[in-house]
Design a protein around this ligand. Structure first.
Ligand SMILES: [Zn+2]
Length: 358
């Protein structure tokens, strides 16, 4: 894990809540800008910050959060605390298509069908492919994946059964994604200004965590809405999405490099954790974290003849040790290993057979 000694929380209330594992209060973080924590059920991240951007003609919502009545209630309370009703929503921006960011979009659109919805075109494609895809995971394909990854026979079974659970949650994800795009779907591109009257909010394409991940730079308030690209105390998962494993780590490192183009003293408003100061420091820490992973991998590759993903994974450091990786955690670790192997041009076997979408 990377050190975070040089990061300064910009909200003691948010930092304290993160430490205490409780939900912080809605907070006005800058001129016309609010952070509303929206809970995530059964998840160590606990909540997504949905940001409200006041506009001349209403309010725009960034990352509404996980779907469901209780979450909608939390978001609407935050909206009302800022002095708005759903009818005031002019637009919704989603940093990336994962359910803890996009989940409430259909509910908001049904309350305010006239709102525009902005996503990067690559994540629009991901949602569409997710909608149309039936579950590809069968016990046979999970077993084949396990064998391709080089798992010993007794662990292949374990991987296959964790897949059964993942397939269930993937099918519930598909339900969430099964809404009609609004009339006003905006395919936003890098460097574009969002159509929020009275604000200067610029899109930065930051592929890595997902291929279409975007972050937003409020050029007047000097606030950087980082989505999941840069978080204060965790390293976002890179490589879990099988369909993008071929480019995810290289993209992510490139997107971290781009952080140098932003002012050093910009206030970072992430989707999880707490607001902080030190974007360049944090980007450097994340690059160092991946450099370290790559070094572990090279060392392991030089030390063993077994070049399978499972064998390489054994040579890398994990928070609870390699032995502590079970079920879905093992799968995520194997995919992360595969993404790092791909980056080093090591042969990676076919990884087909899995589901993704988180
Ligand atoms: Zn997230």
């Amino acid at each position: 894990m990377t050190s975070q000694t040089d990061l300064r929380p910009l909200s003691t209330a948010q930092a304290q809540a993160w430490k205490d594992r409780v939900l912080p209060a809605t907070e006005r973080i800058a001129e016309g800008t609010w952070a509303v924590p929206v809970p995530i059920p059964d998840n160590p991240l606990r909540y997504t910050y949905s940001y409200l951007l006041e506009a001349d003609d209403g309010v725009a919502v960034v990352d509404p959060g996980w779907d469901g009545d209780a979450r909608l209630q939390a978001l609407l309370e935050g909206l009302s605390g800022a002095g708005y009703t759903p009818a005031d929503i002019v637009g919704i921006v989603v940093t990336h298509y994962h359910r803890d960011h996009l989940g409430l979009v259909p509910a908001l659109l049904s309350l305010q069908p006239g709102a525009w919805l902005a996503l990067h075109s690559h994540d629009i494609e991901s949602v569409e492919s997710f909608r149309s895809r039936s579950s590809r995971t069968t016990p046979e394909s999970a077993m084949a994946l396990g064998a391709n990854l080089g798992l010993p026979a007794e662990r292949i079974e374990e991987l296959a059964s964790s897949f059964a659970g993942k397939a269930r949650s993937a099918s519930s994800d598909r339900t969430v994604f099964a809404f009609d795009w609004p009339q006003n779907l905006l395919r936003v591109e890098d460097k574009e200004l969002l159509p929020i009257p009275g604000r200067r909010i610029r899109v930065l394409w930051t592929p890595g965590h997902t291929f279409g991940h975007i972050a937003l730079h409020d050029e007047e308030n000097q606030t950087f809405f980082s989505g999941d690209h840069v978080l204060p105390s965790i390293s976002p998962n890179i490589g879990l999405d099988i369909t993008s494993i071929g480019h995810s780590l290289g993209d992510y490192l490139g997107s971290l490099e781009r952080m140098r183009g932003l002012p050093e003293d910009v206030a970072v408003a992430p989707a999880h954790g707490y607001r902080f100061d030190g974007l360049h420091i944090r980007a450097d820490q994340l690059v160092a974290h991946h450099d370290q992973r790559l070094a572990e991998l090279r060392e392991r590759a030089a030390a063993t003849d077994d070049q399978s993903v499972y064998s390489m994974c054994q040579g890398m450091e994990w928070a609870r040790g390699f032995e502590g990786l079970t079920g879905f955690q093992l799968y995520a670790a194997l995919m992360e290993t595969a993404a790092h192997m791909h980056y080093l041009d090591m042969p990676v076997p076919s990884l087909d057979g899995g589901e993704s979408g988180r």
